[in-house]
Design a protein around this ligand. Sequence first.
Ligand code: COA
Length: 262
Amino acid sequence: MSLEYQNIKVEISEGIATLTVNRPEVLNALDETTTREIGAAALVLDADTDVRAVIVTGAGDKAFVAGADINTLSRLGPEEGRQASILGQRSFDRIEGMSKPVIAAINGYALGGGCELALACHLRIASEQAKIGLPEINLSIIPGHGGTQRLARLVGKGRALEMICGGQQLDAAQAERIGLVNRVVPHGDLAAAAREWAARLASKPPLAMRYALAAVNEGLEATMKQGQVIEAGYFGLCCATEDKFEGMNAFLEKRKPTWKGR
Ligand code: COA
């Protein structure tokens, strides 16, 4: 199945949706339409219970996303800049807020808004050719699609400031070393490795998956104490599902569980 958009492609097969940013002539740079479409697709895919995992990637062999479209950025006044930032934040919040795992398959340059899009995904796998960075400072702006916040939460304040203030690109190995990407694979293996990872996650019980993502995402916005209250709430919800009984019974009966998503 394939849904129609102008600047992204969304394909769904065997419970896995692949969202491809599709402007290879500008290295998949994010203009307003593209940013809006990413947010719209996230809502549609989140509501589709047949979709159990999502892969986000870029078209072509060179780039994941090379940033916000600098042609558009160059014309923004202050209020338009603020609105563009809010649009990107909301759109990427929808990616992060999805109730099924979202994997960024970073197939090349992930710069600026591209790095921020990858940060909004739950997990990141990179090709050995990936180059990841927040070069906004070199244009005398700062990351505006959640990057200043998500990067510091993911890799720590010191490393985040090194990237945000330095504007340099990290190669895949450096990104893996600091925990910016979960794993690195040879370039030619990226699509298959991302799909294999997505398929493994798609086979997990969907409600426990939803609650795990929510507990981590919501807990990170809270204090430790509040986070543990959130965790206990979701743990309790797991205990209300048919799948919890199925999972435990299957273990005790030494058979494979069959998830119902209830
Ligand atoms: N916005 C708009 N267009 C972009 C773009 C962006 N963020 N990134 C690349 N492009 C365009 C280039 O202008 C070029 O268009 P052209 O063929 O009409 O000249 C095309 O994509 C190919 O890019 P090019 O720069 O020729 O490729 P390269 O291999 O020499 O360099 C990069 C690749 C990624 C290093 C370089 O394109 C770059 O630095 N891009 C901007 C990155 C950035 O600052 N992003 C953050 C923006 S906030």
